[in-house]
Ligand binder design. Structure first.
Ligand code: BMA
Length: 368
């Protein structure tokens, strides 16, 4: 019996080895490091939910110091997932719309990778038709104007070239491309960015996505990227998939949802909404073989000081998400209340530490 079991186990192992990785990036030419990262993300997901924060290594709250992290300052460890913002890279600017130098972002992504951490990138690109910001919704024909045949198509490809250059410039100490997750045209189910629901038909939105990925991946040969889809909260799966460009174009599925208001009704609303959307994303991820994440969340200023253990932990811990990413702790002096994780001395610091001490929450040291 023992022999039989050993034989059976050996066969299973062989089968697993021969069948290759279970999860493959949508890019058939993804680099080996990108394939390895994708497979590793699923293995990590099975162990718990990684803590993430946007711009967590770019600066601290009200403290512009590249490499400084409020989370590290409080806990002696980094978030496992670090978010980065590249808005204005498309313009050829030296720093982002949040005044973070792209050279510092490159260094931060390399430092994160060297520590075994994960980097995910968002892109609040400017409005090409008006010259306004990502939030300039004064024209509803921006997406149409940049699709093939549109008045600004060629100019937009030049912007995509700059994004491609940036992605291709992410290298480790050995000169190898560092794989990252790129979240494209996010929160597209609402209408506060120029690519929002009121300004693009679902077909035009999908065409924009495919054109972008095809340009980066096929025309420019960028193969160190996993692509992330993250609308805002929706009612059901049909709403979630309305603008989904297709499994061949996406690797990571998630959603963005914030907690607004601090009374009990607001908290209940957030928790219900989170639970519904976590289920929608988890179910779709299981069916499609994509990696599920909670792509952006938080409560600005954290006025509820048991927010992490009482509100977030119960909804996220057994959600099956690979990570939960809290938004940034703004450094700008005119944004004193714009932060989503505590910093040293903030009233929610103890609650946050209790949250990350839970078995299911993974920090950088847990995934090294
Ligand atoms: C928003 C705010 C802005 C910032 C933008 C892009 O939610 O944090 O201050 O410019 O994200 O990072």
């Amino acid at each position: 019996m023992k022999h039989l079991l050993t034989f059976a186990a050996g066969t299973a192992l062989l089968t697993a080895a021969c069948s290759g990785p279970e999860h493959r990036p949508s890019d058939p030419q993804a680099t080996q490091a990108t394939r390895t990262l994708y497979e590793r993300l699923f293995a990590l997901r099975d162990r718990g939910v990684m803590l993430g924060q946007q711009d967590a290594l770019a600066y601290g709250h009200q403290r512009y110091e590249p490499g400084f992290s409020d989370v590290y300052d409080m806990t002696g460890d980094y978030p496992a997932v670090i978010g980065w913002e590249i808005g204005h890279v498309e313009l050829g600017a030296p720093y982002s719309l949040d005044s973070v130098y792209f050279d510092d972002i490159r260094r931060g992504i390399a430092a994160t990778a060297a520590r075994g951490g994960i980097s995910t990138i968002s892109w609040h690109g400017d409005n090409i038709l008006t010259g306004g910001s990502t939030w300039d919704c004064s024209r509803s024909d921006v997406v149409a104007s940049i699709l093939p045949g549109g008045s600004h198509h060629d100019e937009y490809l030049t912007r995509l070239d700059r994004v491609a250059d940036f992605l291709a410039s992410l290298k480790d100490a050995q000169g190898k491309a560092i794989p990252v997750v790129l979240r494209l045209y996010h929160e597209q189910t609402r209408s506060w960015f120029w690519w929002g629901a009121d300004f693009a038909t679902p077909d035009d939105y999908k065409a924009l996505w495919r054109m972008t990925v095809a340009h980066l991946r096929d025309t420019r040969g960028v193969h160190n990227v996993l692509y992330g889809y993250s609308p805002t909260d929706v009612e059901d799966e049909a709403g979630y998939l309305e603008r989904y460009p297709g499994d061949e174009w996406v690797d990571v599925v998630g959603f963005d949802l914030y907690h607004f208001g601090s009374d009990e009704a607001a908290t209940q609303h957030y928790m219900d909404n989170m639970r519904r959307n976590l289920r929608i994303v988890a179910d779709y991820a299981t069916r499609s073989g994509k990696l599920p994440v909670m792509a952006e969340t938080g409560m600005e200023g954290i006025p509820v000081t048991d927010y992490f253990t009482r509100v977030v932990a119960p909804v996220i811990e057994s959600s099956g998400m690979a990570w939960i990413l809290f938004w940034r702790n703004a450094w700008e002096p005119d944004k004193p209340g714009h932060f989503y994780l505590p910093y040293k001395g903030h009233a929610a610091e103890g609650d946050f530490k209790a949250f990350i001490a839970g078995d299911r929450i993974l920090m950088n040291q847990d995934i090294r």
